[in-house]
Structures are given as structure tokens and as C-alpha cells.
Design a protein around this ligand. Structure first.
Ligand code: SAH
Length: 345
């Protein structure tokens, strides 16, 4: 099956004119429907015969919302179903300046981080560019406002975006395309557990994206226990890739630090983190672990979190606490999908 949302306007026009003898202006109309997340049935200005032929060979809306949970703080969690029945998650966080959607880049994940629900069953498959884009388009379609509903995007849902590099790069092109929904690169963040060569490759591509490194421990031996990627690329290599990213793009890197009770939350950990990133143009986001029942790990206490932040601040490290949103709706990566799959069996 061909996923039509994988194409930009030029590619879609080419594909439809070559294979279905569709006129370019009709291709444009179809492209506009796809951007509004409208399936073939709803493409009322396109001939029925064209639509039914396309329907036999193509997917129009690549991911549709099958479940929505709304938190008391307004955060919404979506479960998206893909054409093959797989499901991935997204979270919409509402801020004063706009709405940030967290999207998934893979079904499952093969990175094996010990605290994360997305990776418990390994990687199922990569998402195509259109399947990532479609998550944004279907959430946009929930709003009747003329204004853009989703203003910011974070690639922080399930999956390791740099492990699905080509499709993620294609997604970045699609979502920032002037013919499409045209979201500014500066409003997009990509989060990685530290796939160093791909971080450098991304830096060389000249996007103005925000890069986030999920560090969670500045010590190699300790980090290896919770993040297997450390075996391939050390903490120093990951930090040096962040410095390279800043040199190339001028974008300050974000260091994500999830505090896990008794694992990475002591004064010594804060000092080690501070010396690792000293003098670097980076900002640390501190958050307490969102407990995932299968992992047995707990989040740090409120007092500990504040202490940790104070130490960083006293060492002139720019750091803030990331607001925990949607805790009552299982906001952490992969939790809703697991619940959904558990309920189905
Ligand atoms: N693979 C990418 C993006 C997905 S995870 C990455 O590793 O960055 C998005 C962020 O959520 C990462 O910082 C990850 O470490 C963090 N995370 C995963 N499970 C979590 C949990 N249970 N509580 C808090 N943060 C979690």
C-alpha cells in the first residue's frame, strides 16, 4: 500500500499523474484534503471513480485517533492506529504560547532504556514519514479554528528518532514544507538517547531544530546500567556530539535528566553532571521519573529534586524543572499503548 501522506505536493502530483492519470489541480485538491486528515470518503470535490481506484491501492489518512484521554491539567493523550493495526501514542500539551504535540517515530523501540515503557517489547517497526506527519495532521483536525492548532512538535514519543533517521528527516521536510502545514524548524525538538554518528549527521544537514540529549547519568558505568546505548557511545562522545551540534546550528542543546530514586539523584551525581557540561551552551531539564509498573523504578522525591536543581544552579548551570504534565493519564512514553494492548488480550 502506498501512503499518500508520505509525499510532498510535487511528489504526490507526479505519483497521481503517472499512475492514475489524475490532473495536477486534482492532485493539489487531494493534497489539501490529506493535510486536513480527510479520508477518501470526504474528498467531495474529487470524482468518485478516482477515489475508489485510489482507495484500492493507497492509504489516505495514515494514523487515526482511536482513543483520547484528557488530564485534569488539560493535557491530552492520543492513541493513533496505523493502517496495519499497530498503535502509537502522542501527547498534546497546552501552553500559553501554543500547543506542543509529542509524536512517536517507531512502534516500540530497541534502545532498551530500563525505565521506559516503550522499549519493554522491543522494536516492532519504523514509522514512515507520513505516519509521523499524520499524527500532527489528525490532531490539527480536531480543532475547528482557522489558526494552527499544533504549533510545536517534539519527537519524544515512542521510538528513537535517530534509529529511523531517513524517515524522520523526510518527516522534518514534510512538516516544515511551505505547501504543507509549514511549522517552523525552531518549533521542533528531536530527542535522542545519544546515537552519536546520527547526531552529527543531523547537525551537518543544516536544520534549525532543537536537539535534546536524554542523559540521565553523567557516569558511564552507571549510565550503562540504565541505558544500553552507553556501550556503543560514551557520555563524553554524546556530549561532544552536542557541542558539535551547537557549533553547526547555533542551537542550544537541551540535556534531559530524569531523576530516579536512589539511582542518579545524589549530590555527587549533580556535581558530575555539572562538570561534564561545564562551559557548554546547554540547558538541563530535570524531571522526576514517571513510574512504570513493569520497571520497579521510582521517581525521586520532591525535596531531592529541588536539592538537585539548587546544586546545578549554584554551579551556574542553566537548569529548570520540566513541568510534569498528564500524570493522571499515564503521560510517560509507551504507557498507554501497553495498557491498550493488555486490555485487548
Ligand atoms: N528515544 C528518544 C525519545 C523518546 S523518550 C530519547 O531517548 O530521547 C523521550 C524522553 O522521555 C527521554 O528523555 C526518555 O528518557 C524519557 N522517559 C522515558 N520513560 C520515562 C519515564 N517513565 N519517566 C520520565 N521520563 C521518561
Amino acid at each position: 500500500m502506498v501512503i499518500l501522506q508520505d509525499y510532498n505536493l510535487t511528489e504526490l502530483t507526479q505519483y497521481l499523474t503517472d499512475n492514475y492519470n489524475v490532473k495536477p489541480y486534482v492532485a493539489k485538491q487531494i493534497f489539501e484534503w490529506l493535510n486536513k486528515s480527510v479520508d477518501f470518503e470526504g474528498m467531495t470535490n474529487v470524482a468518485k471513480s478516482v477515489r475508489s481506484e485510489l482507495k484500492n491501492n493507497c492509504i489516505a489518512v495514515a494514523s487515526r485517533i482511536v482513543k483520547t484521554l484528557t488530564s485534569t491539567d488539560g493535557t491530552q493523550k492520543f492513541l493513533f492506529e496505523l493502517y496495519d493495526g499497530n498503535v502509537v501514542e502522542g501527547v498534546l500539551m497546552k501552553y500559553k504560547y501554543g500547543n506542543t504535540l509529542c509524536v512517536s517515530s517507531q512502534v516500540g523501540c530497541r534502545m532498551g532504556c530500563k525505565f521506559c515503557a516503550s522499549t519493554l517489547d522491543g522494536l516492532v517497526r519504523n514509522l514512515s514519514a507520513g505516519e509521523i506527519l499524520s499524527q500532527v495532521l489528525s490532531v490539527n483536525a480536531l480543532s475547528t479554528d482557522k489558526e494552527r492548532y499544533v504549533t510545536n512538535i517534539v519527537l519524544m514519543g515512542s521510538g528513537e528518532p535517530l534509529d529511523n533517521f531517513d524517515n524522520v528527516v523526510k518527516f522534518l521536510h514534510l512538516v516544515t514544507d511551505k505547501d504543507g502545514i509549514n511549522i517552523s524548524e525552531r518549533n521542533i525538538s528531536l530527542s535522542t538517547c545519544g546515537v552519536v554518528p546520527k547526531m552529527k549527521q543531523l547537525a551537518d544537514m543544516g536544520f534549525s531544530l532543537n536537539l535534546t540529549l536524554s542523559l540521565h547519568n553523567a557516569d558511564n558505568d552507571e549510565r550503562l546500567k540504565i541505558m544500553p546505548i552507553t556501550k556503543a557511545y560514551s557520555v563524553e562522545e554524546a556530549i561532544s556530539a552536542c557541542r558539535y551540534y551547537f557549533e553547526k546550528t547555533g542551537r542550544r542543546v537541551i540535556i534531559e535528566y530524569t531523576l530516579i530514586d536512589g539511582q542518579n539523584d545524589t549530590r555527587a551525581h549533580a556535581l558530575k553532571l555539572a562538570s561534564l557540561i561545564h562551559g557548554m551552551s546547554a540547558h538541563v531539564n530535570v524531571i522526576s521519573l514517571n513510574p512504570v509498573k513493569e520497571t520497579g523504578l521510582k521517581g525521586t522525591s520532591e525535596t531531592n529534586l529541588k536539592k538537585f536543581l539548587k546544586i546545578l544552579e549554584s554551579l551556574n548551570i542553566s537548569a529548570t524543572r520540566r513541568r510534569t504534565m498528564g500524570q493522571d493519564i499515564e503521560g510517560a512514553c509507551g504507557q498507554l499503548r501497553r495498557r491498550y494492548l493488555d486490555d485487548k488480550v
